[in-house]
Write a protein that binds this ligand. Structure first.
Ligand code: GAL
Length: 796
């Protein structure tokens, strides 16, 4: 009887509060809320100025809560072992089975598993699983953490002779298009009272699940001992994994005793070779690949930390459209789902472990009583646990994640104070050793902002790669000084100048200052004059220096998506960040198109701002254009305003100052004198219609698939009304439900989990989740003064 994996996502009972004796089987939970996981109770709010999470956590509520669920398992498994696995619980979780506490796990971002065998009853018995989650001590994580069982969970029933959890370690020691070698190490544990003779069968399957090759090895394994199999498999003419062609094989391990499979496991395999070089940067399968990356925080906008699999896949699709090829999981281990999707879509990953080591990041805040005086408040983030838990957490992260071809780098930390302190050596060495004992194939880095101090104490000498946060100004000097150093922009400024999608007030006000910015040659250093234009120029320059210097491996901009927490300004009622080039809804901001113009080849053009400037008639307005074409002609109301060549521009964009007249502004992109693309923006009239644009018309009836519905407010001619603020009310009927609404505004007052949302600059979002039934979902949108609309999607 092979391994049984039972999904535990459904039918949990949930209640906030502590003194609930949630572990006690006698407690009746019939009036507790029924929830499914991934679940995040803090996204439901209320978000309040006096919530202790403060700006760090986006003013979200924390606290203590309990989850409970009954499970029974057939008598026929009574001679098996049973484990429970959680991909992540935020945080300080205690798990109980039938009243017994089976374990405690503080870090909210690492996976956890417990052996339930001594506590679990097979047969006609309802086993009670209870989980206590505690996020009461705040402020905690940077940034919004969410609260609860926010990733998947499962029960695993295995034989007493089984593959040890996370013991499978797959590497590709020889990679060539002619023939490659896959090495597979797997540990088999025999927990029987007697020796067992087993056959380990390893098969490699192609992407259509056809077996490519199989090997078998027989072994006697002593009672209560572990044996590590180590096998090489040769693959002739392999399909290599790359960002363009993320070909995945499957490795299947089966343990066979007396011709019966007693345990089995499957792991995706990408055959690929990675190399970082001090002169040539990053190479994938011997080809130079510039890392065009984004930092992402783990929240999924209005779904909070409980982003479903589709939330993550949609994020990757949006990033790919921008030409992005890498994600830094700032500043914590990601969900396994995200990594599977990165493997599938060819997205490179820098997997980051910690945001704090022993010294906590105490935010400097202004004491309200003594205006002007900066104080440091206590925080309750990972530094509280680092000494006792860093080894376990880091080992879990590396063992869990090391088979993902998408992961090219391990990061042991972000901007920790120890980077420039003597104890930085001790801690870096310790973390390096832990990683090296589990994976030898990927380089180790850490994202450093105290770069000068770190150089002074020489910390980069014990790291494989030096991760520079916001220090492009040092690249050239350091490349000369330390010729063997591999330089990576682990965090760089994004081209979004504190910008809310579709807002241009600050852009227009600071447009004049562009003249004074011509001298900015690098993206590092002085941020004292922060205007949208200066920030944009810093971002442009950090890409320029990265692109023009082969030795710079790449960059990770801060950030791909807006995230909850770290609002700018750092104060209520703002609760989410502005740093993303894509807003909290997943809608591109203008900066998205800057990167698209730099990172993609398919001809594209984007102009900004919008063209609805009532009251500014006759005044000069700046118009910027991002394009990957050679030249752009701008035409206002049929009249050409001239053509500009990108090669003549001192920036990576084109700009005009033109006199505003309402009407139609058109940009035409040309290559070799041929028109290859165009964009037109029309001055819109009054809001008239609501348009619903679902990203999918069919959902899987798995109870977790999502449809993201973009809501546009249009005038009667079908133009987006870029200033529209109409409030939309949603009603959803049929085999699905509304699970989130948002508009990307960091100061939005409406709940993420309500049924209405105001448009922000013409757009808002509704997210609908499928049920477990096949059928139809009807989504209706109404707003006073606008024509109603509805859309019907299918669930299959
Ligand atoms: C970095 C930090 C990030 C975020 C960012 C904002 O220094 O690593 O977590 O705070 O600044 O610019």
């Amino acid at each position: 009887m092979s391994r049984v994996v039972k999904n535990l996502d459904f039918s949990w009972r949930f209640k906030r509060g502590d003194n609930l004796a949630g572990f006690n089987p006698k407690v009746d939970h019939s009036d507790w809320e029924e929830v499914q996981i991934p679940h995040d109770w803090s996204i439901e709010g209320p978000f309040k100025e006096d919530n202790p999470s403060g700006p760090r956590g986006g003013y979200a509520p924390g606290g203590i809560a309990w989850y409970r669920k009954f499970i029974s398992f057939s008598e026929e498994y009574k001679n098996k072992k049973v484990f429970i696995e959680f991909d992540g619980i935020y945080m300080n979780s205690s798990v109980y089975v039938n009243g017994d506490r089976v374990g405690y796990h503080p870090y909210g971002y690492t996976s956890l598993s417990y052996d339930l065998t001594p506590y679990f009853v097979f047969g006609d018995y309802e086993n009670l699983i209870s989980v206590r989650v505690d996020t009461a001590l705040q402020p905690g994580s940077r940034w919004y953490s969410g609260a609860g069982i926010y990733r998947h969970a499962r029960l695993v029933v295995k034989d007493y002779l089984s593959i040890e959890r996370y013991s499978t370690y797959i590497t590709t020691p020889k990679v060539s298009k002619i023939s490659s070698i896959i090495n597979i190490k797997t540990s088999i544990k025999n927990e029987y009272a007697e020796e067992k003779t087993c056959v380990l069968k390893v098969s490699i399957l192609d992407k259509d699940k056809k077996v490519v090759t199989t090997i078998k090895e027989e072994k006697n394994i002593d009672s209560n001992s572990v044996y590590e199999f180590n096998q090489d498999v040769i693959i002739e003419k392999p399909n290599l994994w790359s960002t363009e062609n993320p070909y995945l094989y499957t490795e299947r391990t089966e343990i066979i005793v007396d011709n019966i499979i007693v345990d089995n496991e499957e792991t995706s395999v990408g055959i690929r070779k990675i190399e970082f070089n001090a002169d040539k940067g990053f190479l994938l399968n011997d080809k130079s690949v510039k890392i065009k990356g984004v930092c992402i925080h783990h929240d999924g906008g209005c779904l909070g930390a409980a982003g479903r699999d589709r939330t993550k896949e949609r994020q990757i699709e949006i990033l790919k459209e921008m030409g992005c090829n890498a994600i830094r999981t700032s500043h914590n281990p990601p969900s396994p789902v995200l990594l599977d999707l990165c493997d599938k879509h060819g997205m490179l990953v820098m997997d980051e472990a910690f945001d704090e080591w022993e010294i906590g990041k105490r935010p400097r805040v202004f004491d309200e009583g003594t205006l002007g005086e900066q104080i440091r408040r206590p925080i309750y983030a990972y530094s509280e646990y680092f000494k006792d838990w860093c080894e376990k957490d880091l080992r879990t992260m590396v063992k869990r994640d090391r088979n993902h071809p998408s992961i090219i780098l391990w990061s042991i930390g972000n901007e920790v104070d120890e980077h420039a302190l003597p104890q930085g050596f001790r801690i870096t060495k310790k973390l390096n050793d832990i990683i090296r004992s589990e994976d030898v194939t990927r380089p180790i880095t850490t994202a450093t902002v105290h770069m000068e101090g770190s150089n002074e104490i020489g910390l980069p000498s014990i790291l494989d790669i030096t991760g520079y946060n916001y220090h492009e100004n040092l690249y050239e000097e350091d490349h000369e000084k330390y010729p063997n150093r591999i330089i990576l922009g682990s965090e760089t400024c994004s081209a979004t100048p504190f910008e809310v999608r579709g807002e241009y007030k600050r852009f227009i006000e600071s447009a004049d200052s562009i003249e004074s910015l011509r001298n900015i040659k690098t993206g590092g250093g002085d941020l004292s004059v922060i205007t949208p234009a200066s920030r944009f120029c810093k971002a442009e320059n950090s890409w320029k220096i990265t692109k023009e210097n082969e030795y710079v491996s790449g960059l990770f901009i801060w950030t791909g998506f807006d995230y909850i927490g770290e609002p700018s300004p750092f104060a209520w009622p703002s609760k989410s960040s502005y740093f993303g080039v894509i807003d909290l809804c997943g809608f591109p901001k203008d900066a998205f198109y800057f990167y698209k113009s730099q990172w993609t080849k398919e001809p594209m053009i984007h102009i900004l701002p919008h063209w609805n400037w009532e009251g500014k008639e006759g005044q000069e307005l700046p118009v910027w254009c991002y394009t990957n074409c050679e030249s752009v002609e701008l035409i206002l109301n049929g009249e050409s305003l001239g053509e500009k060549n990108i090669s003549d521009s001192e920036f990576l964009h084109l700009y005009w100052n033109i006199i505003y007249t309402p009407g139609s502004l058109k940009a035409i992109g040309k290559i070799n004198g041929e028109v290859v693309c165009e964009e037109v923006i029309n001055t819109a009239s009054q809001p008239s219609t609501i348009i619903l644009a679902p990203d999918k018309m069919e959902l899987n009836s798995n109870g977790q698939d999502l449809c993201y519905i973009k809501v546009r407010i249009e005038d009667e001619k079908g133009n987006l009304v870029p200033t529209a603020k109409n409030e939309i009310l949603f009603t959803v009927e049929g085999s699905g439900k509304l699970v989130g609404v948002d508009n990307g505004d960091p100061t939005v007052e409406e709940s993420f989990t309500g049924n209405k949302m105001k448009a922000l600059n013409g757009l808002c979002l509704a997210v609908v989740q499928s049920s477990l039934h096949k059928g139809e979902i009807t989504i209706k949108a109404t707003s006073s003064g606008l024509k109603d609309t509805k859309v019907v999607i299918r669930t299959n």
